[in-house]
Design a protein around this ligand. Structure first.
Ligand code: BES
Ligand code: MN
Ligand code: ZN
Length: 503
């Protein structure tokens, strides 16, 4: 969708539909009050009839009001005045755009960013408006033969800013919002594709295509032979049970100063995880096509970097493989040697994510990273610990961890830190190799991170376990595109103007 700034006299805005907020208790937001005055109390009179009380997300479409230039007026509930925050803005915006996408107008103007949301800046309110409307309009129907497309979808949304001036900040809000939304959509699309289409080779092809479209993005794909030469015995052991060859996708985005140390993002790209010989139960196994969401978020974040021409160097590394049972597959008890030289006893072939990640993390070191963040649907235990609201965060560096947490808060794509204390390390002891690939009972998310920490000692590193946040199940089954907003925000913060801490 296209977004433009609108300013000036509200009653004179010529548009197919004006979106205005109404608080709980039928209290008009300021833009609604302005229109009510222009229309001689019509809105108040309609509200008195009692069909609409202002609960967040409630909508009422009105036609033919006099005194204003708009063809329609969409009243949207924005909840209690005192509680109006970014979350409420998102919910109300999503409800409004969903109604308009079904109804007729091709174009509308929203005044919701004019209602102060908590202590958020105008930049944030505009950016969130774009993210929320794109989120509500997203559909994945690439694989349906007769996908129902809205006949007259919403194409343009004006963002009304009243008497405020268009500025660098408002323009940035739109370009950043769009880039974040598009990156999120790319991550969702890749993630929602089934495992038989989205294979390691397919992911590599999509990455290569991105590289061809941007001068700042260089993409290289390592095949199994090259990985073997590098000694990536852990990664290759996972793909041995699959007829799809593993790929190591390496994307270099050069937006920053030549020679300045890059942020390296490493995303788990397990395009289908059946568990291998330690096979998973069949219930909901289809959802293991989402085991590449970490990799998809790296592609999505790099796409956002390209779109914003972000002034920073970023490397994306995606180890991509399937994990299937087969005569060549890993067996419990097998011992493999990782690129780092450390040997690993594979006690459970379903703990494969850490096996492909550890070699990718060793590879990351060659880029002399300023920081490395890996993103992985790594443990079911993380879903138990944090559910679907926060991603798990573990890190060997407090400053980096706080930066990631802050980016999560700033983008509404939150993470919560778990400890990475040495006390947990001994759970990985093996009688036969340098370490086991599982940590036994208890603290599964932490012991998985402990495993990875043995391959990230040379640099500042943070690990995001997105097992609970990367997709939704049930009737709304689908990828969320998380944590593209968090990662993009993190990179925006990094290439600053260094923002002063407000607290
Ligand atoms: N991809 C899974 C983790 C996962 C499971 C994510 C369910 C989301 C929902 C990972 O490869 C895995 O199977 N992990 C095992 C580790 C265990 C064997 C130590 C798990 O979490 O059960
Ligand atoms: Mn697994
Ligand atoms: Zn997995």
């Amino acid at each position: 969708m296209e977004y433009t700034l609108k300013r000036g006299d509200l009653a004179k805005q010529k548009t197919a539909c004006l979106i205005v907020g109404v608080f709980e208790g039928r209290q008009l937001s300021e833009p609604a009050a302005v229109l009510d005055k222009a229309g001689k109390d019509q809105i108040r009179r309609i509200l008195k009839k009692g069909d609409f009380d202002g609960k967040t997300g409630q909508t009422l479409l009105l036609y033919d009001l006099s005194g204003m230039a708009c063809e329609r007026l969409l009243l949207v509930g924005v909840g209690a005045h005192k509680e109006f925050d970014l979350q409420a803005l998102r919910k109300a915006t999503a409800a409004a755009t969903a109604v308009l996408n079904d109804a007729h107008p091709l174009e509308a103007i929203t005044t919701l960013p004019m209602v102060q949301a908590g202590d958020a800046s105008l930049y944030r309110m505009l950016r969130e408006t774009i993210l929320a409307s794109e989120e509500s309009l997203y559909r994945f129907d690439q694989c349906k033969s007769d996908a129902e497309k809205p006949k007259r979808p919403l194409k343009r949304l004006g963002l009304f800013i009243g008497t405020r001036r268009r500025s660098r900040l408002t323009d940035k809000a739109i370009s950043h919002g769009l880039a974040m939304a598009n990156g999120t959509i790319l991550a969702k699309d890749l993630s929602n594709l089934p495992g038989n289409i989205c294979t390691p080779t397919y992911l590599a092809g999509r990455a290569r295509a991105m590289g061809r479209r941007s001068r700042k993005l260089k993409v290289q794909v390592l095949g199994e032979k090259q990985m073997k030469e590098l000694g990536m015995g852990a990664l290759l052991s996972v793909s041995r049970g699959s007829s799809q060859p593993a790929k190591l996708i390496v994307m270099e985005y050069k937006g920053g100063k030549v020679g300045s140390n890059p942020v390296v993002l490493v995303g788990k790209g397990l395009t289908f995880d059946a568990g291998g010989i330690s096979i998973k139960p069949s219930a909901a196994m289809d959802e293991m096509k989402y085991d590449m969401c970490g990799g998809a978020s790296v592609l999505g974040t790099l796409a956002a970097c390209v779109e914003m021409s972000l002034a920073i160097n970023v490397i994306g590394i995606i180890p991509a493989s399937e994990n299937l049972p087969d005569g060549n597959a890993n067996k419990p008890g097998d011992i493999v040697t990782s690129m780092s030289g450390k040997s690993i006893e594979i006690l459970n072939t379903d703990a494969e994510g850490r096996l492909i990640l550890c070699d990718a993390l060793s590879y990351a070191d060659r880029f002399k990273p300023a920081a490395v963040i890996d993103i992985a649907t790594l443990t079911g235990a993380c879903v138990v610990a944090l559910g679907s609201h926060a991603s798990g965060l573990l890190s060997n560096d407090d400053k980096l961890a706080n930066e990631v947490l802050e980016a999560g808060e700033e983008s509404g794509d939150r993470a919560w830190r778990l400890p990475l204390w040495d006390d947990y390390q001994s759970q990985l002891d093996s009688n036969f190799a340098d370490m086991a690939n599982i940590g036994g009972k208890g603290a599964g998310t932490i012991t998985a991170a402990c495993f990875l920490s043995r391959f990230t000692e040379k640099y500042k590193w943070a690990h995001l376990d997105i097992a609970g946040t990367a997709w939704k199940n049930g009737k709304d089954k689908g990828a969320t595109g998380r944590p593209v907003p968090l990662l993009t925000q993190f990179l925006l913060q990094r290439c600053g103007p260094r923002k002063r801490k407000s607290s």
